[in-house]
Design a protein around this ligand. Structure first.
Ligand code: SF4
Ligand code: SF4
Length: 357
């Protein structure tokens, strides 16, 4: 008997073709042109003559089962039973008949799902997991997003911005943090506080020591027990030690703040990708509606909308007018902490075991 081949266990993403609308499947790679008949609706025409209309709607992203069922019912009734999610967590419904577009939009609007997020709008804010899923957040990224998108509803359903605006939110300072035209990221401002009674039982001390980017953590004996100590003059409050060692608590209701960064871009359309820059720091981390962070973001968006040339992305606009003018127009205070000449970094990174220069 010949040996049976050992088939691999498939654990990756499933084949997406099986979930695709039949018109999309049939015309894969055949699309000839497309247009946007109105904000939130895309119209694609294939070389074969087939057409498809995509209706994009915003959701709160982290959805309860009732909301998901509601969206599925709408898909079954108005959109041939097919949906897909964009990378910014908008939901899209595809129909192959133009007559189905209007009733679909009406059904979504009636249930409170705004239609938009296409073209030069402020699309849904991409965010990291927040308090619901992750064990180290300093803020609730999804909560910040929900409250901000409630205030940016008009910018989502219209395409009035000079170019598309991608906003991101990150709930800790080190991991899946965002990079965007505007990024809202948590900012720790004090070194971690160590609970020495727990370190010996919970933390693998060498890996915590190795984790610190500026070599600020040392093994230490405290009250006769093995623990750790932090050189607070070196600590840059990054929070990297907290995930592998929860007794090194860095989250703080008062001292964990929010910082806002501007001008990041992943795409290389028209200009090169760019890194965002810090424009506002020390903003209160103030759930459940984060009004102070929302006010700064709305101010930046209003000035960008008014002052940028057509098709300028946020970072391109700031590069053209210059950062001093950006601070002047937005009214954001410019402080010495905005100046990063890398002198401080040279001193602190040279103490690290990882980086020498
Ligand atoms: S950004 Fe940090 S806290 Fe938020 S989900 Fe990612 S790893 Fe967790
Ligand atoms: S890992 Fe970050 S927060 Fe922890 S001690 Fe080092 S610099 Fe400070």
């Amino acid at each position: 008997m010949s040996a049976q081949p050992r088939m691999p266990t498939e654990s990756g993403t499933p084949d997406h073709f099986q979930y695709m609308h039949p018109t999309l499947r049939r015309n894969y790679g055949q699309w000839s042109w497309h247009e946007r008949p109105r904000p939130g609706v895309l119209h694609h025409v294939s070389r074969t003559g087939d057409q498809v209309w995509t209706v994009r709607a915003g959701t709160q992203r982290q959805m309860d089962v009732h909301t998901i069922r509601k969206l599925c019912d709408i898909a079954d009734k108005y959109a041939d039973g097919y949906v897909r999610f964009t990378i910014r967590s908008n939901i899209e419904f595809m129909v192959a008949d133009e007559k189905k577009v209007k009733p679909l939009i009406e059904a979504l609007t009636k249930e409170g799902f705004p239609i938009g997020g296409t073209g030069n709008s402020v699309s849904m804010i991409s965010h990291t997991q927040g308090w619901l899923h992750c064990d180290i957040p300093g803020t609730d990224a999804s909560g910040v997003v929900k409250s901000l998108m409630d205030e940016l509803h008009q910018e989502f359903i219209n395409e009035d911005m000079p170019n598309r605006v991608k906003i991101t939110t990150s709930c800790c300072q080190i991991n899946c943090g965002g990079q965007g035209d505007i990024a809202i990221n948590v900012q720790h401002t004090k070194p971690p506080r160590i609970n020495h009674d727990l370190v010996a039982n919970l933390c693998e001390r060498p890996s915590v020591v190795a984790r610190c980017p500026v070599a600020a953590i040392r093994p230490a004996m405290v009250n006769g027990r093995p623990s750790l100590e932090v050189d607070e003059r070196k600590c840059i409050c990054c929070g990297a030690c907290y995930p592998p060692c929860p007794p090194m608590q860095i989250n703080d209701p008062e001292h964990s703040k929010i910082a806002i960064w501007v001008g990041g871009k992943n795409s290389n359309a028209r200009s090169k990708p760019s890194l965002h820059k810090l424009v506002a720091a020390g903003i209160p981390n103030n759930p459940p509606r984060w009004p102070e962070a929302a006010a700064v973001v709305k101010k930046i968006l209003a000035v960008y909308k008014q002052d940028a040339h057509a098709w300028e992305r946020m970072g391109e606009w700031v590069e053209r007018i210059g950062w001093p003018r950006f601070f002047e127009l937005t009214g954001l205070p410019f402080t010495k902490f905005h100046v990063d000449n890398w002198r401080g970094a040279r001193a602190s990174l040279n103490t690290s075991a990882h980086v020498r220069f």
